[in-house]
Design a binder for this molecule. Structure first.
Ligand code: URP
Ligand code: ZN
Ligand code: ZN
Length: 469
């Protein structure tokens, strides 16, 4: 017995067609006309778009940042994800200093086990490049199916790694067919600028942005590209926030270097004027890189239009304003960095990208689902509506709209960075591997998300799904 979605517009990164789609078990069984078999359930989705489930390539659930732990764990974060149209997340399993990579992954599996409403995989965030950790990288790819590693060029004395370690890790990842994700900001310069601000008695949240200007992002991007060129390793620059950083990425791409880029809704839609308040509320927008001058937004949209930017991630890293952001009440450098957004990434990109005419339906699917699937070894199992692919499907009603508010969100955090914004279009139904998980906009299934072991670059065709480890 299957389910046939009838009369919808099926959108892929390379096609838009009006056809029916039949789900059988966990996969898409057929796309075309006259698909109904005896016993099938039929759902009329005429007037709606059918998108491949969103893939958020950048989340931080249940992350301990030393002074506190993110407000969302895998249960609340993944529930928010699926209600917002995202059916897969790639979360950053973060190594503790001196800790092994195996321990980091075991910890993240324990955080996610039995709790996730969406399928999930892990990147490894490598903070301490000990010989033991470097020796583990091959096993992490082979045994655990973790084929992407994040390195931080910022957060001095906490997660920052130096140039020699960047080179070493890239050399290993090149040989292993792994992708290196990079947080590009110059942590040395930031640390110094923070000292200057404090010495001048400037401790308010707006100083977060003052001490992390565009040039520190650009410098780190240029250095990352140089080290990628030296090593021959493909890199993926996360949360690109400025036109200046993007133009360096474009230059590298024109040279034929394998440099991919991600941006986030916050850099496309919000700007540095959020820091212009006398009170502490600007702390809600303390993230790294910080929000930029508005003039950066058009170039970032342009990057999505022409493919210089291949993915939009949420960088969901939520902290309550009360009690968590307030840790930095008297010192901006202690404000936990990050904003919530996993629930809103999909809808914001549709609303401010597609509905405004900035990007096409197919460009939307490319950056919200297909791009992440291809970058991170999930394609064609995920990221496309095609026969044989997982039936991860979002039925999107473009005729509806909704107001984004903290009061209405599933994210377990006390504010929403997009409060009061009207979203055009909204999620009607979501299928996760054939399971009708969201019905008429409401959650209708338990946390059945499974772990996605991914394949190295040279082995890619499909990814392996395992509920057990
Ligand atoms: O401020 C941010 N982006 N926090 C999350 C960690 C990171 O750098 O991605
Ligand atoms: Zn980062
Ligand atoms: Zn992040």
């Amino acid at each position: 017995m299957g389910t046939v979605l009838c009369g919808g517009t099926i959108v892929n990164a390379d096609s838009v067609t009006v056809e029916d789609l039949r789900i059988s078990g966990e996969s898409i069984a057929a796309i075309g006309k006259n698909l109904v078999k005896p016993g099938d359930q039929q759902i009329d989705v005429s007037g709606c778009f059918l998108f491949p489930g969103g893939i958020d390539p950048h989340t931080h659930f249940d992350l301990d940042v030393g002074s506190t732990t993110t407000a969302d764990d895998f249960a609340s974060g993944s529930l928010a994800a699926i209600l917002g149209g995202t059916t897969t997340v790639l979360d950053y399993a973060t190594q503790s200093r001196g800790g092994s990579l195996a321990d980091a992954l075991a910890t993240w599996h324990a955080k996610a086990a039995g709790k996730s409403y969406v399928d999930f995989g892990f990147h490894l965030a490598l903070c301490d490049c000990t010989p033991q950790a470097l020796a583990e990288l091959a096993a992490v790819a082979e045994r655990d199916g973790v084929v992407s590693v994040k390195l931080y060029m910022a957060y001095k004395d906490v997660m920052q790694v130096g140039d020699a370690d960047l080179l070493r890790v890239m050399q290993i990842c090149r040989d292993q067919g792994m992708l290196v994700c990079l947080h590009c900001e110059n942590g040395e310069l930031i640390a110094d600028l923070v000292l200057d601000a404090k010495a001048a008695g400037r401790l308010e949240p707006a100083q977060h942005a003052v001490t992390r200007p565009e040039v520190v992002e650009a410098e780190a991007v240029a250095r990352a590209v140089a080290i990628a060129e030296l090593s021959g390793c493909p890199i993926y620059i996360v949360h690109v926030s400025s036109a200046r950083a993007l133009s360096l990425i474009r230059q590298a791409q024109r040279q034929g270097l394998p440099v991919a880029a991600e941006t986030c809704p916050q850099y496309l839609l919000l700007d540095a004027s959020r820091y212009d308040t006398k009170d502490f509320s600007a702390a809600k927008y303390v993230m790294s890189p910080p929000l930029r001058d508005k003039r950066n937004q058009d170039p970032l949209w342009q990057g999505l239009q022409d493919g210089a930017i291949v993915c939009v991630g949420s960088d969901h890293c939520s902290f309550n304003f009360v009690g968590q952001k307030e840790i930095g009440k008297n010192d901006f450098s202690r404000i936990p960095n990050g904003i919530p957004g996993v629930e809103n990434r999909f809808g914001l990109l549709y609303s401010f990208g597609v509905a405004t005419g900035k990007i096409s339906l197919s460009q939307f699917v490319a950056c919200i689902s297909t791009g992440p699937a291809k970058q991170f070894g999930l394609y064609p199992r995920k990221g496309v509506l095609a026969v044989g692919s997982d039936a991860d499907i979002v039925v999107w009603d473009p005729g509806q709209s909704c107001l984004i508010t903290a009061a209405a969100q599933a994210q377990r955090v006390d504010y929403n960075a997009y409060e009061g914004i009207e979203q055009q279009g909204r999620v009607r139904e979501v299928f996760l591997r054939g399971l009708h998980a969201v019905q008429a906009g409401r959650i209708a299934a338990g946390p059945t998300g499974c772990y996605l072991a991914r394949k190295k670059r040279q082995q890619r065709e499909d990814a392996v799904c395992t509920n057990s480890r």
